[in-house]
Ligand binder design. Structure first.
Ligand code: ASP
Length: 428
């Protein structure tokens, strides 16, 4: 009987709030609860563990399916093989630079120094670092099924890339398999969205536990993490991307930066590169003069596989967690973080919060404690906004450079806008 009247009124104050606001509220309430309860806040930790476990549940199928789809989505674009290769090299190369900047910033500013969370968690022991050769050899799974079962991400990535390429080579015959992966990937994106709905509660439980166990002193380093990630993002776009635009593309970088404004605003507020795609395609064509063919191939590819901001964030956060928990990272760990983040960025979906899941993957690879994820989860949205913006700026940078090198860039559009941009300040 009540059904008819309940529907429209159901969404109360909480229901109408967007997810990131709920997460911030969960975080704030968690801190209050933890401060009030003190060590008893441990009782609330299982709520957080539930969330962390749900995230872990997603990793293997999400990475596997979306990576296969990432590779097979290039099948329809055989004509654009060269463009695809150039984009791929630029996407992966710039991602490796991004993670290096993140690691550099994390080392320079040491946001986790002095946090000292190791003592409370005996499970957190410094990991025996595998040698680089062993790591490289180990990347090839002798049994992909056990790689999947054990959650060996590097092996899963290698197998997924191989399978994707093989499916492409099969052509028509592999269509049904490609469709299966396509729809499984969609399902995994949806499941990710559902799991993220648990985030406010999980974050509440985790923050309560963190604040109750370690006190509010943990807050200051978190502010530092945000500042370091934001600074790294600005450097990556303004210095590195602009440098590539002028160095490789021989184009005025100011024009590129101006063209970014709209898509960057959409990316910052939605935290989704996939959701920003319409805005970035429009900007590429109308502001930067990138041809339709290049923009409609390079940008969707970038929204799926290019995650420089995410990689940079992973570098800073991995170091923060290692510092906070007193885990010593060897040089080979740094290389492993660079390799995993770069490859994992291919499998990161362009949706809010995907980077956090990938962070857990990077952490697992170098043996960092999952509790660290809890701390980052509380501030993840603020970080997501910045890293998504960088992800989108990177897509547009690559689209512009590839178009330029293929004679697919309408320079009159680029120049006209530059002239327009140059007139505006003097007129103001
Ligand atoms: N939200 C990011 C994006 O859509 C992915 C991430 O969470 O890092 O680009």
């Amino acid at each position: 009987m009540e059904h008819a009247t309940m529907g429209p009124r159901r969404a109360g104050f909480w229901g109408r709030l967007s997810l990131w606001k709920k997460i911030l509220i969960g975080m704030a309430l968690g801190m209050v609860a933890g401060t009030v309860l003190g060590p008893d806040a441990e009782l609330l930790k299982p709520i957080g563990t539930l969330f962390v476990n749900a995230i872990k549940m997603l990793i293997v199928p999400l990475v596997f399916c979306s990576l296969v789809v990432g590779v097979t989505s290039m099948q329809d674009t055989r004509k654009l093989g060269r463009i695809g290769l150039k984009s791929l090299v630029l996407y992966l190369g710039t991602t490796a630079v991004a993670i290096s900047i993140g690691l550099g910033m994390g080392t320079l500013f040491s946001p986790g120094e002095g946090v000292n969370m190791a003592a409370a968690d005996s499970a957190v022991a410094a990991q025996e670092a595998p040698t680089l050769v062993a790591t490289l050899l180990n990347m090839i799974p002798t049994n992909p099924v056990s790689a999947l079962a054990e959650g060996n991400i590097l092996q899963i990535i290698v197998f997924a890339l191989g399978l994707g390429i093989a499916l492409n080579l099969c052509g028509e015959k592999a269509k049904p398999a490609v469709q299966v992966f396509d729809s499984l990937a969609e399902g995994m994106y949806k499941l990710t969205e559902l799991v993220m709905k648990l985030a406010p509660y999980g974050v509440f439980g985790l923050m309560a536990w963190v604040a109750g166990t370690y006190g509010l002193d943990i807050l200051l380093p978190l502010i530092q993490v945000v500042a370091v990630v934001y600074l790294g993002c600005v450097i990556h776009v303004v210095v590195f991307y602009s440098g590539l635009i002028s160095g490789l593309g021989r184009l005025n970088p100011l024009r590129y930066l101006k063209g970014l404004i709209n898509p960057a605003a959409v990316a910052y507020t939605t935290s989704s590169s996939a959701g920003t795609l319409p805005a970035s395609i429009k900007a590429a064509r109308e502001e930067m003069g990138v041809s339709e063919g290049v923009s409609s191939f390079v940008l969707p590819l970038g929204a799926t596989i290019n995650m420089d901001g995410t990689a940079l964030y992973q570098g800073v956060c991995a170091l923060f967690i290692a510092q906070a928990f007193g885990v010593d990272l060897a040089f080979s760990d740094y290389l492993l973080i660079i390799a995993t983040s770069t490859l994992a960025s291919i499998g990161t979906a362009g949706v809010p919060g995907a980077g956090l899941i990938m962070l857990s993957l990077v952490m697992t690879t170098v043996g960092l404690p999952m509790e660290g994820l809890a701390i980052i989860a509380g501030i993840d949205r603020v970080l997501d906004m910045a890293r998504t913006t960088v992800n989108v700026c990177g897509d547009l940078m690559v689209a512009t450079l590839v178009a330029r090198s293929e004679n697919e860039l309408d320079e009159s559009v680029y120049q006209r806008a530059r002239a327009h941009a140059a007139v505006q300040p003097s007129a103001a």
